[in-house]
Design a protein around this ligand. Structure first.
Ligand code: ADP
Length: 298
């Protein structure tokens, strides 16, 4: 199974260039598409989900059944696609099980016994079995997202696209959602678009960083972290000293910790007395990549 995206471009009628020649190759498993707000993630996801047209480029999905041209053969894509959009409406007064059964019928599961088994399987898998009689209107954000995944999984899709699924979820709900996704990733190509670095570090064996419509980095997150080993330095400073440090060093991130500011600096050698070396994490990869692209642009 493979999804190959080549040189995809998209400019909206107002002139915003959302995708500037995006090329990516994805295999089976969880693929993380990481980027800040406005990077072009949804534009790419909507294009792959056949909901909007690209201006140029190509996308091909290869499965055991052959090749599908994602941009032109929309019906074939839709038959094998599970899409969880950023926002989706639910009928608040309908119980989860009833709604899922209804969607299953719409998806072509016409055999009642098979339909019941599939609905039971998906409710269990998404950890919603105990809540199956509850109206969707009473679901928490996390439960709604898991219900969305159950709907997206109807019909055994080979390509699953989830667009910013964990935004707004509390840590426990995010955890539960991650567990569901990890299971889904075993059988299909899953693209997880997110601006949350932990979503990718906890789940994805392959990833890309996108910013301003361009792919800045693609590969194994582990490898990306290792390539920074020895180059990330930390120091805790007074928050008023941040600007001075930013002027002097290549500060890739800063965060307040107990009233002090913890900075991470990118440097081949110890920048100065007082800095200690840290094991790079994916956040360091993310911020150093995004910062480097902004400097090139400036
Ligand atoms: P992300 O999902 O990474 O936040 P988007 O793909 O939504 O990014 O947006 C990429 C860029 O395209 C942003 O500058 C955004 O404002 C712009 N954009 C998105 N959708 C539209 C649209 N329908 N019309 C015009 N501009 C859009």
């Amino acid at each position: 199974m493979e999804l190959r995206i080549d040189n995809l471009t998209k400019t909206y009628p107002n002139g915003t260039q959302a995708l500037k020649g995006v090329s990516l190759t994805l295999g089976q498993g969880m693929f993380g598409l990481l980027g800040p707000n406005g990077a072009g993630k949804s534009s790419l996801m909507r294009t792959l989900a056949t909901l909007q047209e690209a201006d140029s480029g190509s996308a091909t999905l290869t499965t055991d059944d052959g090749d599908i041209n994602v941009l032109t053969d929309k019906d074939a894509v839709r038959r094998t696609l599970g899409y969880l959009p950023q926002e989706f409406g639910v009928y608040p007064k309908v119980p989860a099980e009833e709604m899922l059964t209804h969607f299953a019928a719409l998806k072509g599961l016409s055999n009642a016994k098979e339909r019941k088994e599939t609905v039971e399987y998906l409710l269990n898998m998404t950890n919603l079995w105990d809540a199956r009689k509850k109206n969707l209107g009473g679901f928490s954000g996390g439960m709604r997202q898991r219900f969305g995944i159950a709907v997206a999984l109807l019909g055994n899709p080979k390509l699953i696209i989830v667009d910013e699924p964990t935004a707004g979820l509390d840590p426990a709900e995010r955890n539960r959602f991650h567990n569901v996704l990890a299971e889904v990733g075993e059988k299909s190509i899953v693209i997880l678009s997110t601006h949350i670095v932990e979503d990718v570090s906890e789940l994805c064996s392959n990833m890309a960083i996108i910013n301003k419509g361009e792919i800045l980095l693609q590969g194994d997150p582990q490898f990306a972290m290792e390539s920074l080993r020895g180059s990330i330095w930390k120091k805790t400073i007074d928050k008023h000293a941040l600007a001075e440090h930013q002027a002097k060093f290549h500060v890739i991130s800063n965060r307040l910790v107990l009233g002090k500011t913890l900075i991470h600096v990118l440097s081949d050698a110890q920048p100065e007395e007082g800095f200690t070396s840290v094991e790079p994490d994916l956040e360091d990869v993310y911020f150093s990549t995004i910062n480097a692209s902004q400097e090139t642009a400036a």
